[in-house]
Design a protein around this ligand. Structure first.
Ligand SMILES: [Ca+2]
Length: 205
């Protein structure tokens, strides 16, 4: 067994030398080949992204109507016309919006339980002069706690939600009335109303 192992031991230094020489040659050759490769590339730039917008605005931006000495049987604005309210989307994307309403009763005379609010779409010809557009909120009280008057601000599409494309606007007509039968206990009462317009994107929603 010893005689058969001796030749193998003698060959190892030779094999190692050959391997080292080969590695050195490959490294040198490889460096030369990489310099000789043809290459090509093209940059495709300008892939810009800008997000869209939804921007709700309401005109008038403050009080739609007020009355300092309302009497039973009065309507505000007086006569037939409704108060013109323009809802606009000055953004780029379509939104849907809802309107909630709330009132105050700081004098505890509860006028909020008597005064009636009506919201209609614009007349067929536009505007609110005839106050004959489709009823969106039908002559009802708006309590202290907020209620949904038009649509529902809950995310997603619900009955009554109104849709406006980017750049579009629409007219709504508001009217307040105090019924002729309002009891004497409501004299000198004050209630202030806040109407909140709430919009959300319709894209992917
Ligand atoms: Ca909704």
């Amino acid at each position: 067994m010893e005689s058969s192992q001796r030749p193998r031991r003698r060959r190892r230094p030779i094999l190692l030398a050959l391997l080292m020489t080969g590695t050195a040659l490959m490294a040198a050759t490889g460096a030369t080949m990489s310099l000789a490769l043809f290459t090509s590339q093209t940059a495709v730039a300008g892939n810009a992204f800008t997000t869209g917008t939804i921007i709700l605005s309401v005109n008038p931006p403050s009080a739609i109507f007020t009355s300092a000495a309302m009497m039973p049987g009065d309507v505000v604005p007086a006569g037939v016309p409704g108060a013109v309210v323009t809802v606009s989307n000055t953004g780029t994307g379509t939104f849907r919006y809802a309107i909630t309403g709330a009132s105050t009763d700081t004098d505890t005379k509860h006028l909020d339980t008597q005064l009636l609010i009506t919201i209609r779409q614009a007349d067929a010809g536009g505007g609110c002069a005839a106050f004959t557009g489709a009823v969106l909120f039908a002559s009802a009280v708006v309590p202290i706690g907020p209620i949904n008057m038009v649509g529902d601000p809950t995310q997603g599409a619900q009955a009554g939600d109104r849709t406006l494309a980017g750049g579009a606007s629409e007219t709504l007509c508001f009217k307040a009335s105090l019924p002729i039968g309002t009891p004497i206990a409501y004299q000198g009462a004050t209630s202030t109303y806040t109407f909140t317009f709430i919009a959300e994107q319709t894209a992917n929603n």
